[in-house]
Design a binder for this molecule. Structure first.
Ligand SMILES: *Cc1c(COP(=O)(O)O)cnc(C)c1O
Length: 410
C-alpha cells in the first residue's frame, strides 16, 4: 500500500493507550508523578519488568505521544523529546563522548552550538575539531581512534550552505564513525535522515515544529542504523539493550540525570505544530520563492541567498536532499550597514526579532547581533557580512510582504 502523506499520517498516529472518553485530542497530562496499584508493581517497574510512567522528568504520556508521532513521521527507531534544541545537542554529545574523546564538526554552526563546542565541551575534556567538511580527505585527516562523531547542520544559518551529505556519510562509514545532523532548518516533512544515511538527528523543535513560536523544545532521533559496539560510552548498554543502547544511555543516565525534559504543556503545542507543519512549510516556501524573485529585481538589493532559487550554488543539493525546500530562511545584501538599519526601521509588517520559523516574518542583521561577539575577521570568515540581512519567512500573504520590503527600500 502506498505510504500516506505527511499530514494524513500526522493526524492519524494512534494513542499508546485508548482514551476512556474517545477524545479526538490527546489530554495534557500535567501530573509530575503517577501512582501504582501495589508495592510489588512499583518494585517491578523499578526493576525494569513493568513499563509505566513514574515521574514526568523521565517520561510523561503527552510527551510520549509527541515522541511517537515523531517516530511515525520520520521512521526513526526511537525519538526523545527535550526542553530545547540545545538540550538535544548537549545530551547527544554527552551520551556519545567522554573526556579524551573528540568530535569533528562543521565550521558554520548555530551560535550557541558553536559556544557549546568551543567552551563547554572542551571544559569537560571533549575536543571539537572544526572542518569545512568539503572533502573526505579533510575528514580523514582530522579523525583518529578517539573520534566519536561527525556533526553538521543540514542547512547552515545564515550562510545557507548545504553540505555534500552523501560524501560525509560515506567518509564516516569508512571510519566507522557516527553521523549526527542538526536538521532544525529542514524539518521531517522535507528531509529524511533515514534516507540520507544519517544515524542521529537532533533538532530544535522551538522553530518549525512548535507551530510558530509557541514553545521551546528539542528532539533526538535515532535511526537504529549504527553499530553501538563501536562507541565505548554507549557499548556498555549494548548487552542488555541491543539496538536501544543509545536511547538507554540517554534515558537511564544523561537525559534523566541532567533534567532537560519537555513538559506536557509544551508537548501538546508541539503535537499541534506537527499536524500543521507541512501546510506551514509549504506556505513559507511559496513566500520565499515569491520574495526571492521580487528581490532579484530590486536594484538596491545586491545579492539574494536562498537555495530554493535556481541561481543558488546549492540549488542542486536542495533538490537532492530536501525535495527542493531547503528551509525558509533567506538572506539578502544592501549597500552598507547603515542601509540595513534604515531598511529594518522602516518595516511595518516584518518584525525585528531573532527567532526562526515563527508564523510571522522576522528580520535580523546578524553582523551586529547574533555574531557581534566575534571579531570582524572571524565574522567575515564565517560568511557574515555587515551588508547582509536575514529573513525568516512566515505565512503572511506574499504581496503584503513584498510591499513591506519595497517601501522599506525607498
Ligand atoms: C535554534 C537552533 C538551535 C537551538 O535550539 P533552542 O531550541 O533555541 O535551544 C540549534 N540548532 C539550530 C540550527 C537552531 O536554529
Amino acid at each position: 500500500m502506498k505510504r500516506k502523506g505527511f499530514t494524513t499520517r500526522s493526524l492519524n498516529v494512534p494513542y499508546p493507550k485508548n482514551d476512556p472518553h474517545h477524545a479526538l485530542q490527546i489530554p495534557m497530562y500535567g501530573a509530575q508523578a503517577f501512582e501504582f496499584d501495589s508495592a510489588e508493581q512499583i518494585a517491578a517497574n523499578f526493576r525494569g519488568e513493568y513499563a509505566a510512567h513514574v515521574y514526568s522528568r523521565s517520561s510523561n504520556p503527552t510527551v510520549e505521544y509527541f515522541e511517537l508521532k515523531l517516530r511515525e513521521l520520520t521512521s526513526a527507531w526511537t525519538a526523545l523529546a527535550l526542553s530545547s534544541g540545545m538540550a538535544a545537542i548537549t545530551d547527544t554529545m554527552l551520551a556519545i563522548a567522554k573526556s579524551g574523546d573528540n568530535i569533528i564538526a562543521g565550521n558554520n554552526l548555530f551560535g550557541h552550538t558553536l559556544a557549546l563546542f568551543k567552551q563547554t565541551l572542551p571544559d569537560l575534556g571533549i575536543e571539537v575539531r572544526f572542518s569545512s567538511l568539503k572533502s573526505s580527505g579533510e575528514i580523514r585527516r582530522l579523525a583518529d581512534e578517539n573520534t566519536r562523531a561527525i556533526f553538521f547542520e543540514t542547512v547552515t544559518n545564515p550562510q545557507l550552505e548545504i553540505h555534500d551529505i552523501g560524501m560525509i556519510v560515506e567518509a564516516a562509514r569508512h571510519l566507522g564513525v557516527l553521523v549526527v545532523a542538526d536538521s532544525t532548518l529542514t524539518p521531517p516533512n522535507v528531509f529524511s535522515g533515514a534516507e540520507s544515511g544519517i544515524h542521529i538527528e537532533v533538532m530544535s523543535t522551538t522553530k518549525y515544529i512548535s507551530g510558530g513560536g509557541t514553545s521551546f523544545g528539542g528532539a533526538i532521533l535515532d535511526y537504529g542504523n549504527y553499530d553501538w559496539s563501536r562507541n565505548p560510552a554507549v557499548a556498555v548498554y549494548e548487552p542488555r539493550f541491543g539496538r536501544n543502547a543509545f536511547i538507554a544511555r540517554l534515558r537511564k543516565n544523561i537525559y534523566r540525570n541532567t533534567g532537560g525534559s519537555m513538559t506536557a504543556q509544551t508537548a501538546l503545542s508541539q503535537i499541534h505544530g506537527l499536524d500543521l507543519l507541512d501546510i506551514r512549510v509549504e506556505r513559507c516556501y511559496q513566500n520565499c520563492m515569491h520574495l526571492g524573485r521580487f528581490m532579484e529585481e530590486q536594484p538596491a538589493i545586491t545579492q539574494v541567498g536562498y537555495p530554493g532559487l535556481p541561481g543558488s550554488p546549492y540549488h542542486a543539493r536542495a533538490n537532492k536532499y530536501f525535495r527542493g525546500i531547503p528551509g525558509t530562511i533567506m538572506t539578502f545584501d544592501l549597500e552598507n550597514e547603515e542601509s540595513c538599519y534604515s531598511f529594518m526601521n522602516k518595516l511595518k509588517i516584518i518584525r525585528r526579532a531573532t527567532n526562526l520559523n515563527d508564523n510571522k516574518t522576522l528580520v535580523i542583521h546578524p553582523w551586529s547581533t547574533i555574531y557581534a561577539e566575534f571579531s570582524a575577521d572571524e565574522r567575515m570568515a564565517m560568511g557574515i557580512r555587515p551588508t547582509m540581512l536575514r529573513l525568516s519567512v512566515g505565512i503572511e500573504d506574499p504581496e503584503d510582504l513584498a510591499e513591506d520590503i519595497s517601501s522599506a527600500l525607498e
